[in-house]
Design a protein around this ligand. Structure first.
Ligand code: KMH
Ligand code: ZN
Length: 270
């Protein structure tokens, strides 16, 4: 496992609204500005969802294209397009933007309740999205929301349905998935093959404690508004960078230098 710490930032996600969080970036310019701030703070991977003219989540290719162009005008970073979209997004829409060939794309490894909604990822959905990921030569980040999804990964690997190289992100704390208790992270990391790169995305109140443990355990960290918009209980973070700054300060204490974009590309084999 590399000593450098890779920080991913999920800039805006699909669930939050400006009503819930007045500082949420939703327009292409706001998203690009927030990405630049996140990268300056230490993020090298940007997990990207985009919003339409009304601020609603969309998987429209033209919006991904506009946002990508605006980000590229401001900074270099590894773009990881979401293929999860919002709950209920049809599978064809979820993978349509991959034709823009982002370096990375997410691949959720199973269905789960998402609060009172269902985030549906049946076998045929996973395989359909993976076909597109393969077609456009993106590095998949496997999103694991629950322990059984590790068994799904093994099953897929045995059948040759996943590539040899992928990154794993444990998304813990979704109501309906595995909680962000530290013992859950330890159990998941225990399942990994030696040398497998992994990160943790702690949802809501789990973000900080899981980030700290991932840093101590040699993993990587995802931190940003999609997973948790709060700096502390009752206090919204004003920027994604504010959440990243805190992770960077903690990483320093653990002697984990922050991976820049070039180092992250090397670690990820991009
Ligand atoms: N918005 C969630 C339902 C991903 O980006 O790949 C799914 C999600 C996963 O955010
Ligand atoms: Zn997402």
């Amino acid at each position: 496992m590399a000593n450098e710490l890779i920080i991913s930032c999920p800039i805006t996600g699909a669930e939050l609204t400006k009503e819930m969080h007045p500082f949420l970036p939703t327009t292409p310019d706001e998203i690009a500005e927030s990405v630049e701030g996140a990268v300056k703070a230490g993020a090298s991977i940007i997990h990207l969802h985009v919003r339409d003219e009304k601020g609603k989540p969309t998987q429209r290719v033209d919006v991904f294209e506009t946002v990508t162009k605006k980000i590229r005008e401001r900074c270099d970073c590894i773009l990881q397009y979401s293929t999860g979209g919002a709950v209920g997004t049809p599978v064809e829409d979820r993978c349509s933007s991959l034709r823009l060939k982002p370096e990375m794309a997410t691949l959720s490894m199973g269905s789960l309740n998402f609060g009172n909604d269902l985030f549906e990822n049946k076998d045929s959905t996973i395989q359909r999205i993976y076909e597109e990921i393969k077609k456009y030569n993106c590095l998949p980040e496997l999103e694991v929301f629950d322990y059984g999804m590790m068994d799904t990964i093994d099953r897929y690997l045995k059948k040759g349905l996943l590539p040899k190289k992928y990154h794993i992100d444990f998304v813990l704390g979704v109501p309906g998935g595995m909680s962000g208790e530290i013992r859950n992270l330890i159990m998941l990391v225990d399942r990994l093959e030696k040398g497998q790169s992994w990160s943790v995305a702690g949802v809501g109140r789990y973000q900080l404690s899981l980030a700290m443990h991932a840093i101590a355990m040699g993993g990587h960290v995802r931190v940003g508004f999609e997973d948790n918009p709060y700096y502390r209980k009752g206090e919204l973070a004003k920027t994604n960078a504010q959440l990243i700054d805190r992770v960077v300060r903690i990483a320093k204490e653990f002697d984990r230098p922050i991976a820049n974009v070039a180092q992250t590309r090397k670690i990820m084999g991009l």
